[in-house]
Design a protein around this ligand. Sequence first.
Ligand SMILES: Nc1ncnc2c1ncn2[C@@H]1O[C@H](COP(=O)(O)OP(=O)(O)OP(=O)(O)O)[C@@H](O)[C@H]1O
Ligand SMILES: [Mg+2]
Length: 347
Amino acid sequence: MSTIIGGDDSFFALDIGTTGIRLVELKGGTPTKVLLKYSYVAVDPKVAMSESKTDRQKLVEVISALVAQARPSTKKVVVGLPSNRVFTTVADVGRLSADDMAKAIRFQADGLIPTPLAESKIDWALLGDSPVDKSKQEILLSSVPNSFVEARLDLLESIGLNVIAFEPDTLALSRALIAPDATGSQLIIDIGRKSTDLVIVLNGAPRLTRSIPTGIEAIVKAAMQGLNIDEAQAEQFVMKFGLSKEKLEGQIFQAISGPVDILTTEIQKSIKFFQTRYAGVVIDQLIVTGGASVIPEFPLFMANKFGLNVEIGNAWRNVSFSRDRQNELMALSSQFSVAIGLAERQS
Ligand SMILES: Nc1ncnc2c1ncn2[C@@H]1O[C@H](COP(=O)(O)OP(=O)(O)OP(=O)(O)O)[C@@H](O)[C@H]1O
Ligand SMILES: [Mg+2]
């Protein structure tokens, strides 16, 4: 448990997103940690997504400058893993001793994960009793290709950082956006530039996570095509009028309804899939975060589609900070969810 202030348990968090890199450092114990550092730097999506040497070098420089500016209290860092690189599933395992369980899970994982076990890092968390087999327990199993983790590790070590953990973005999201003692079931959607991450949480633990390759970029592109305008103008219209049927005679709404429908259909599928395993569980609430949570009427539109109460996620909910920072931090909440959740980890 990291209840020591400062000391050896300290670390900071990095979210390397498509449009920006965010850094957060907290201190103190549970349930509330104190905000120590936060910082953000924009990055060209082409650079962030690229595997080329020159772009990698650019990314190194950007992260290096961010860290130099933020001056976290330590070199230790926890880094997010983008959902489109991580495979996550729920699996049932027998009630075994810790040692036997680790062996059984590796064996079982081989048949579950999409990449060869020898070329993948796997991690798992015990969730509790299986809802489908009384003799078993369920685990949340994640895997990520070694090559991806190693590339990230090289990149961060080259600027002198000491990576103490990698964690899937979706797990960080649920930690940031949900109360530690939450009950019931919540659906979190993080609509970013390139993709939308989805997490369904039950009794405080993530049970289903998914990445849908539709995000703000696809929405802006649809507006460009539908209205025959350039990207900057389309972005402006989407962010200003959103899904309003009144503004501009509903032209924006019309133009972007394609990608928005894809998104709602995929989310609906995930809800159905969740309910095949957790029969009878009703989702209580929709929590929206990411860049698109500021698109007018978008969260409400989603809520109506799914018949759920909606809330714009407050990623700072479990963090304390001085009052005069309130407005500034609230404005950043939607893009800092992953970084804050990573920073809230028990190192
Ligand atoms: N206040 C705002 N004004 C204009 N655009 C905004 C605003 N807030 C967010 N955006 C949009 O949100 C996008 C970034 O969203 P977000 O921060 O969720 O993406 P990301 O985390 O970098 O991407 P990903 O999660 O796909 O890796 C920006 O490119 C911009 O289009
Ligand atoms: Mg993001």
